[in-house]
Design a binder for this molecule. Structure first.
Ligand code: DQB
Ligand code: GRF
Length: 228
């Protein structure tokens, strides 16, 4: 430290994040927007899409973030495809992988390599409704609360310790699309908030649960009890 220079409190180096996408990239956009703040503890250093036509690639370009397509069809199998992604992520020193609408199931090898350092946003209140078509299934099951989860990626699809969740009320006249739109807006708030916690080293994995350092949990209930 140089005498006379101002010191910046807790100016820890920002964690280097790689984002994997397959499509629209609205969650990628939420992460890019959050990381545009220099005090955010993570920076997006690489975006990888398995599809060259993913709209999210243009969002990365617009934000000036390096981006590339790793097309799964160019590889013999999942392990080779995943190894190419790991190589690209390692080449730029990625420390945290964030899945954002990435639609390929990841191999055991890839999950092991990024164990505890890979997060995903899923459009349901896990462990309800893993997999696809979550909004239609939530409506079919008649739940009054639906929402989204951010979790560490485990070996089983949409499994792994949950970091945070956001709940959305289901209306009688919701369609899968109308419900998806409100859940998506919740995802855009939840995902950057969870990445911030992970990147600042505040999230500890304890078996299938997480513990958040310094967490003050709100005690209110969120009722979803429609009134006439
Ligand atoms: C996803 C969950 C399911 C799918 C995609 C993404 C899915 O079923 N896609 C159609 C099949 C495509 C294919 O053949 O690959 N959520 N990998 C592991 N664990 C996860 C989560 C996602 C993607 C890959 C996980 C994942 O929790 N091992 C994102
Ligand atoms: C989101 O609903 C996310 O939860 C799910 O895939 C969708 C991706 O949307 N995993 P986008 O590409 O981020 O707009």
């Amino acid at each position: 430290m140089v005498a006379g220079e101002p010191t910046i409190a807790s100016a820890a180096r920002r964690k280097r994040v790689g984002v994997l996408i397959s499509g629209r990239g609205s969650n990628l956009q939420a992460l890019l927007d959050a990381a545009a703040d220099p005090t955010f503890p993570a920076e997006i250093v690489l975006v990888i899409s398995n599809r060259s036509d993913a709209a999210g690639l243009a969002r990365a370009a617009e934000a000036g973030v390096p981006h590339l397509t790793v097309d799964h069809r160019d590889f013999q199998g999942r392990v080779d495809f995943d190894a190419a992604m790991t190589a690209a992520l390692e080449e730029v020193g990625v420390e945290i992988v964030a899945l954002a609408g990435f639609m390929r199931i990841l191999s055991t090898e890839f999950v092991d390599r990024w164990q505890g350092a890979m997060i995903n946003v899923h459009p349901s209140l896990l462990p309800l409704f893993p997999g696809l078509d979550t909004h239609a299934r939530a409506i079919a099951e008649g739940v009054r609360l639906h929402g989204c989860s951010v979790h560490f990626v485990g070996h089983d699809v949409d499994s792994g310790p949950i970091i945070g969740q956001a709940a959305v009320a289901v209306a009688d006249n919701d369609t899968p699309d109308s419900l998806a739109a409100r859940v998506l807006a919740a995802e855009h708030g939840l995902y950057p908030a969870c990445l911030k916690l992970v990147a600042s080293g505040k999230v500890r994995i304890q078996g299938n649960r997480t513990e958040i350092e310094g967490a003050v949990v709100p005690r209110e209930c969120l009722f979803s009890l429609p009134t006439a």
